[in-house]
Design a protein around this ligand. Sequence first.
Ligand code: ZN
Length: 462
Amino acid sequence: GLTCIYNLMGTRMTTLLARKALLPDGWTDNVRLTLDGGRISTVESGVDCGDDEALGYLMPGLCNAHSHAFQRALAGHTEQRSPAGRDNFWSWRERMYELAGRVSAEALTAIARQAYCEMLRSGYTSVAEFHYLHRDPTDSDATDTMFEAIATAARDSGIRLTYVPVHYERAGFEDPEPTSRQATFAMTVDEFLRHVERVSSKSDDTLTIGIGAHSLRAVSRDSLERIAEVAATGIPMHLHIAEQQREVKQCFTSYGRRPVRWLLENFDVRDNWSLVHATHMDDEEIVALANSGAVAVLCPSTEANLGDGLFPLHRYLTAGGRIAIGSDSHISINPFEELRWLEYGQRLVSQSRNIASLRESHVGSELFSRVHEGGALASGQSAVGIETGAPADFVVLNDEDPMLAGHNDDSRLDALVFSGYPFPVERVMVDGKWCVVDAAHVDRDRARTEFAATLETLGSLS
Ligand code: ZN
C-alpha cells in the first residue's frame, strides 16, 4: 500500500491504497491516492486492493479549533475542592494564571509538543493555537520566543498549525488596566499588532497565521476595531465569547447589550470569524450568529470541566449555524469524545435522543461532517476533504478493531463517536508524512520524556 517513487521534478510521489476511504460523497471501497509531496494529486476508486499492504479505513483528520497548549500541564490538577468550597471558572482561572506565570519558552515547547503528539494520536491533524502568552516570564529581553515555542512544537510533532496570536490588554469592561497576573502577558494593541506583523512573514505549507482578541472583557472596543481591520483580509479571526454568565452581565452593564448581540451589531462578523464557546445566547442571538456565517467553536469536555454551561446546539443548528470543536484546556484530547459530549449534553437536558441529526439520520456522521467543515474555516484551510488538490492529512482506522466490527458505511462514524474510549486510530498522516504509526506517535518517547522533565521543573501545580 505505501509505494514511493519520484516524479520528473524530483518531488516525492507516494501512492496509498485503502480498503475504504471517506471521500466527499461518503465511504468508498478500494481507493488509491497519489500524493505529490504534501498534497493529493489523484483519487481513484474501485482499484485492485488485493495485496495485504492496503490500509484499513482512511478518513480526513479533524481540526482542533481551540487550544491553549500550555494548559495541558494543568490537566487533572484542579479537581480538588478548595477550603472555601466555592470552586468555579474564576477560581480555576487563578490556578491557570499561576501556571502561566511559570511557563518559559523552553517549557512551553515541551508541553505543547506533548499536547500536539496526543492530538495527532487521537485523530486531530490540525490545531488552531489561541495564544496570548506573548512574553517569556523567565526572560524579559526575549521577543517572539513564545511563538517560536509553539511553532517548534508543531513542527516537531508534525501537526498542521494555525497560529492565532491573541490580544489581551485589560482586566475587565470597567477596568482598563490588567491585574498583576495578567500584566505578565498583557500588551498594548500597538505592541500586539507589531507581533502579528512579524509572525505573518513566517507562514508556510503547514503554518497559517490568524489573529484574535481574548474576549470582549479583555480587549477594548477601539483595540478590537484595529484587530478586526487586520481580520478583514480574510484570515482566521478568533475570540472567546459568552463563556460565563458573569461576563454576559458585565457586558450588558457596560455596553447595554449581551456579548454576542453587541459583537454582531458592531462588527462585520463573517465566515472567517470563530466565536469560541458562545454558550450563553438568547434566541435572537442564536439566529443572528447562525446567519452571520461565523463558526461557533465548541469545547464540550472543557466547558463541562469548568462548569461553563450548555450550548443551545439544536436551536443553533436548526437556524443553520456552523460549528467546530476544540479541546481548549486539554482536560481531554480526543475529538470523538468532544462530539460524544456535545450530543450527550443535549440528550440529558432534553430527555430525548439523536439531537444533532438534521441533515442526515446518523448523528455520528453528521457531527463529523459539520465539525470537519467548520474546522476548515476556523483554521483557514480551503480544501480539506479527500480530493485532488487537498492536503494529504489523513487518519487511518484499524478495520479489524472490534469497535468497528459489524458496522456498515452508515453507522461506522456512530461507532467511532459513541461506542467507547479506546479509539482504533492506527496511523495519522499530515502533509504527506506519517506522524502516527502502529497507534503511537513516531516521536512519542522524546515528547514524553521532555514533558515529564518539564513538569518536574515547574514544581507543584496541585
Ligand atoms: Zn479558551
